[in-house]
Design a protein around this ligand. Structure first.
Ligand SMILES: Nc1ncnc2c1ncn2[C@@H]1O[C@H](COP(=O)(O)OP(=O)(O)O)[C@@H](O)[C@H]1O
Ligand SMILES: [Mg+2]
Length: 307
């Protein structure tokens, strides 16, 4: 059974003559945790700002809820933490939260109660009465997440919540995100595949305003797990010609040629290995390295991102 919380269709943003988001479509299931992954400039922030209702889309559709329920105002059902949040640093964490809660429409009493709940949820109860100016990066970011949660949204969207943090702050925030998943639907952006893999079940990979790949991480891991043969040779004329000829072998599915070697994505490792070792022995090619391994999601990510 599907339980859609958000679906976007052909979402596009033009800013002047550039198009940072080029007709992307994806869905979020209620209760899921999805990483919006992509290198700098991919269009993640622009996408999240449209989803948060901060900037209008040029084209395409954003639909919250399923069926016709999406017509109601959804802004109070989402929480958003911008990439570079600004705090009133002279306030205490608690003051900032109840201020945010009142802004989102809670009554004074509710605002205080709810602020206490979320400050505990993010582990800042000891620091609740201290001024934000004395908080560490990780504490500020956790306060930002508390702010995004204070009005009990169904979906929180966090824009690169760990990118600007030192390793300790990063750990604090990653642990918090891990605890939040399941309690609330989470969409967070990152340029680090490892962050996505650590927390999420699903990912949407954006490159240059388009979706390069999307789906569940476990399915994608399986999809990109392929046998790979790495070959390195002395850079002689005969050797290079031989490397060039490898693309036509029946068991070679894809080839990446380097200056003195090749990476072969093969369909049948055993057949490839036997055939190539024989060829190498017969031809007298000067071999430096011959290695059988497996490609990973990381290889795919690096390839897509650097192309
Ligand atoms: N207001 C703007 N004016 C001009 N260019 C913009 C604006 N917003 C975004 N861009 C450009 O759009 C592209 C995508 O930006 P952004 O959504 O911030 O990507 P990401 O968050 O993935 O790094 C970038 O090339 C950026 O320079
Ligand atoms: Mg960004």
């Amino acid at each position: 059974m599907t339980n859609k919380l958000l679906s976007i269709h052909e979402l596009t943003k033009n800013i002047g003559s550039i198009t940072p988001v080029k007709g992307i479509s994806f869905e979020l299931q209620r209760g899921s945790c999805t990483a919006l992954l992509g290198p700098n400039g991919a269009g993640k922030t622009t996408t999240l700002r449209m989803l948060a209702g901060l900037i209008p889309q040029t084209r395409g559709e954003i639909r919250y809820g399923s069926g016709n329920a999406h017509t109601k105002d959804w802004r109070n059902r989402i929480g958003y933490l911008p990439q570079y949040p600004k705090f009133y640093s002279w306030m205490s964490g608690m003051e900032y939260l109840s201020f945010s809660a009142k802004l989102s429409g809670l009554s004074g009493r509710e605002a205080v109660k709810r602020s206490r709940d979320v400050i505990e949820m993010v582990g800042l109860e000891q620091a609740a009465k201290r001024r934000i100016s004395g908080y560490s990066g990780g504490m500020k970011q956790r306060l930002g997440i508390a702010q995004a949660l204070v009005h009990e949204p169904e979906l929180i969207m966090l824009d690169e919540p760990v990118s600007a943090l030192d390793p300790i702050g990063r750990r604090e925030v990653m642990d918090l995100l891990y605890r939040l998943r399941g309690e609330v639907t989470v969409l967070f952006s990152t340029h680090v595949l490892h962050d996505a893999e650590e927390i999420c079940d699903d990912m949407v990979l954006m490159v240059d305003g388009e979706i390069a790949e999307k789906g569940s991480l476990s399915e994608l891991r399986t999809k990109y797990r392929q046998p790979v043969l790495t070959i390195e040779v002395e850079p002689g004329e005969r050797e290079i010609a031989w490397l060039d000829s490898l693309a036509s072998r029946p068991y070679v599915h894809e080839i990446e040629l380097g200056k003195r070697g090749a990476k072969l994505m093969v369909t049948d490792m055993a057949a490839a290995r036997t055939a190539l070792i024989k060829e190498l022995a017969d031809s007298g090619i000067e071999l430096l390295r011959f290695e059988a391994g497996t490609s990973s999601l990381e290889d795919m990510f690096m390839k897509v991102v650097s192309s």
